[in-house]
Write a protein that binds this ligand. Structure first.
Ligand code: PLP
Length: 380
């Protein structure tokens, strides 16, 4: 058995999604910008996909733009809002994905923008009073705060952040890459001017995503070129990717309750098994706290041991694919800016398990037992 528990990094493609995409690789190859029949049939598929995505997130197709993935969608929302609307202040957190953090840092250097980082506690819970203080003291602000953290799983109160942003006339972008396809987003309720999706996080293809852009926020495009995406993103559309994204999101919404229950069950089983079989296991962030955390992610903190240095490698040898992260960003360990921001003990090792609809209870048992055995074998 080889077990894949790195679904926050990427998910396997759903066969149903592949079957929807395949004809657009082989038969329907036209360029959607061409006005002849080959082009028009493909244009119709792209617009159908846009309508599907828009319907699922409860908006109009005119507010959905396809991109090359989550990173581009985040960049477009942040960079274009700052450039077009003359934003002078960005409020964000140290816990964002690099698609947001590095974009904000670039703007701070190049665009005369001041950046404020929201306070949070050692579990990564954001201080929304601090957000209100910051908002009250600054006009022309962009708030960019993720919905769920990709490493520790914390779910932020996007609705409350949206209400505060609205109260102080700030623009609000939320990186929803990890929640898209796992929760039902309704942009009328959410209160964000921008949200994003990335197909490969919900069993769709890699290299395609989308940006929801509130029609009341008029921004200029990030990528210059042809008139594709209603002049909002130059470049020939990734047609089979777009068709696959829409199908994947449709399936995700269709089966969401069942998958939520199944995956939460796997996560609870893993928590129980690890606590039962290993001494001193802890969980980072709100990872083990029910609905305060993304049900697909469990970030485990393991006690100091000689095993820690080589942990991910050893797990891989033992047929388990997972991600890690260390609080220290130097040395052989891959650094995690998120764990570093939480001030976690650098002597402990951290493993992110992330689950999908394809994982099974047997796999969870295998992983928990393997990990426990690995630790017991090592001299303390
Ligand atoms: N934002 C978050 C929270 C993510 O987890 C990821 C991917 O890991 C991204 C953005 C980037 O998405 P993509 O891989 O589609 O560029």
């Amino acid at each position: 058995m080889r077990v894949y528990l790195d679904n926050a990094a990427t998910t396997p493609l759903d066969k149903e999604v592949f079957d929807t995409m395949a004809p657009f690789m082989l038969e329907h190859f036209g360029n959607p910008s061409s006005i002849h029949t080959h082009g028009r049939e493909v244009r119709a598929a792209v617009e159908k996909a846009r309508k599907t995505v828009a319907g699922l997130i409860n908006t109009s197709p005119a507010e959905v733009f396809f991109t090359s993935g989550g990173t581009e969608a985040d960049n477009a929302a942040i960079v274009c809002t700052v450039r077009t609307l003359g934003i002078k202040h960005i409020i964000t957190t140290k816990l964002e994905h690099h698609a947001v953090l590095h974009t904000v840092e670039m703007l701070e250097k190049q665009q005369d923008v001041q950046v404020s980082y929201l306070r949070h506690d050692e579990q990564g819970v954001l201080d929304l009073e601090h957000l209100e203080e910051l908002l009250a003291n600054s006009p022309q602000t962009l708030v960019t705060i993720m919905h769920a953290n990709n490493e520790i799983g914390n779910l932020n109160n996007v609705q409350a952040i949206g209400e505060l942003s609205k109260k102080y006339n700030a623009i609000f972008h939320s990186d929803t890459v990890q929640t898209m396809g796992h929760y039902k987003h309704d942009v009328q309720q959410l209160g964000a001017n921008f949200i994003v999706g990335s197909a490969h996080k919900f069993h769709g293809p890699k290299g395609v995503g989308f940006l929801y852009c509130d029609a009341n926020v008029k921004i200029q495009p990030l990528i210059q070129g042809g008139a594709q995406e209603r002049n909002m993103r130059g470049g020939t559309e990734n047609v089979y990717g777009i068709v696959g994204l829409a199908k994947a999101l449709e399936i995700a919404y269709r089966d969401m309750e069942e998958h939520h229950r199944h995956i939460q069950g796997l996560k609870d089983r893993m928590i129980y098994k690890l606590k039962d079989q290993m001494e001193g296991v802890q969980f980072n962030g709100l990872s083990a706290e029910g609905d305060k955390s993304l049900y697909t992610v469990l970030n485990v903190s393991l006690p100091p041991s000689d095993m820690n240095e080589m942990l991910l490698f050893s797990l891989d040898i033992n047929k388990i694919s997972v991600s890690g992260g260390s609080a220290c960003s130097s040395g052989a360990n891959l650094g995690s800016h998120v764990l570093e921001a939480l001030n976690i003990d650098p002597d402990r090792a951290n493993v992110r398990f992330s689950f999908s609809k394809y994982n099974t209870p047997e796999e969870i048992d295998f992983v928990a037992e393997t990990l426990a055995k690995m630790f017991k074998k090592m001299p303390v």
